[in-house]
Design a protein around this ligand. Structure first.
Ligand code: CA
Length: 225
């Protein structure tokens, strides 16, 4: 799950980012409206966490730019403005929920998960392929009902592939979903990650396979399919 966090207060941004990482989210961070508009225009995010008061404009510009072309990405607004008007305006303007600063990280994560569980959004379901199941809320993979141990990145990669099982997943989409902008990605980081995940799945006797399509990407299918 990839989140765009738009917050210009460095300390708060760092705190939120750390909390999101602990909850299993990959986060891209920006503190300016201009950069946020560029990010939503080019990358795919599962949700957006947005501060309204930004140095180069109003965070609502980002909401507009996501909603006007019909985008449904959940948006949670962070506001220190305690006026009812601002909160109503942000919801009317297309935000899905808001949190007043200061807030507890636990509440932010719970609200984000609630937004992602809404029909049409990505969380709150169990993905299945072969004898493997993946609970997207608990972020837990099981083979024949036995929980298996995977790293955060391996889980991200597995989830991304399960959502596109049977289809070719281009490597750019995989890198985009598993790493954030600030991660140092080597030319073979993705290969190494896929290799590790494959070995673990094999060791657990999972009946699914990650096929390599050289120069294109990867494809996940049931073993033998
Ligand atoms: Ca601010």
């Amino acid at each position: 799950m990839k989140i765009l966090l738009i917050e210009d207060n460095d300390r708060l941004a760092g705190f939120v980012r750390t909390g999101l990482a602990a909850a299993g989210f990959v986060t891209d961070l920006t503190g300016r409206v201009e950069d946020a508009l560029a990010a939503v225009a080019t990358a795919r995010y599962d949700a957006i966490v947005l501060d309204l008061g930004l140095p180069d404009g109003d965070g609502m510009e980002v909401v507009k730019s996501v909603r006007q072309p019909g985008g449904v990405t959940p948006i949670l607004v962070l506001t220190s403005r305690d006026g009812l008007r601002d909160r109503v305006d942000s919801l009317n303007g297309g935000a899905d929920d808001y949190l007043l600063k200061p807030f507890a990280m636990e509440e932010l994560v719970a609200r984000l998960k609630a937004l992602l569980r809404r029909p049409g959004h990505a969380l709150g379901l169990v993905l299945t392929c072969g004898n493997l199941t993946f609970d997207t809320v608990a972020r837990e993979a099981r083979v024949d009902g036995r929980p298996i141990t995977l790293s955060r990145r391996e889980l991200d990669l597995l989830e991304l592939m399960l959502r596109r099982a049977g289809r070719v997943v281009p490597r750019e989409i995989m890198e985009d979903g598993v790493y954030s902008i600030d991660d140092e990605i080597g030319s073979n980081s993705l290969e190494v990650l896929v290799h590790r995940l494959r070995k673990k799945l094999q060791a657990e006797e999972a009946t699914l396979k990650i096929h390599t399509l050289r120069g294109v990407g990867y494809l996940l299918s049931e073993d033998g399919a």
